[in-house]
Design a protein around this ligand. Structure first.
Ligand code: SF4
Length: 82
C-alpha cells in the first residue's frame, strides 16, 4: 500500500508535497496534468498529506470511491518511466 494523489491535484500541482517527501517519491513533469507518487518509493509517512492545500493525497485504502482509478494512474505513470 502507498499514498495516492487524486483528482484535486489536476490543474493545481501546488508541489508543496515534493518538498517534504523524504524519499522523493512525488514527481511530475511541467506537461503532466498532476503529480504522482511512486508506490515503490513511498514509505507511507503521511507528511505530504498535511501540506497539500487541496486535500489530494490519501492512503490507498482510504481513497474516496470516485477516485479509485487514481491508484492505477499513479502506478502506471512510473511503469511508463522505468
Ligand atoms: S506518504 Fe511520505 S513517502 Fe509517501 S509520498 Fe507522501 S511524503 Fe512521500
Amino acid at each position: 500500500m502507498a499514498y495516492v494523489i487524486a483528482a484535486p491535484c489536476v490543474g493545481n500541482k501546488d508541489s508543496s508535497c515534493t518538498l517534504v517527501c523524504p524519499t522523493e517519491a512525488i514527481v511530475g513533469l511541467p506537461s503532466d496534468p498532476q503529480l504522482y507518487i511512486d508506490p515503490d518509493l513511498c514509505i507511507q509517512c503521511g507528511l505530504c498529506v498535511s501540506v497539500c492545500p487541496v486535500a489530494a493525497i490519501y492512503p490507498e485504502e482510504d481513497l474516496p470511491q470516485p477516485w479509485l482509478d487514481y491508484v492505477r494512474l499513479n502506478r502506471d505513470y512510473f511503469r511508463k518511466l522505468h
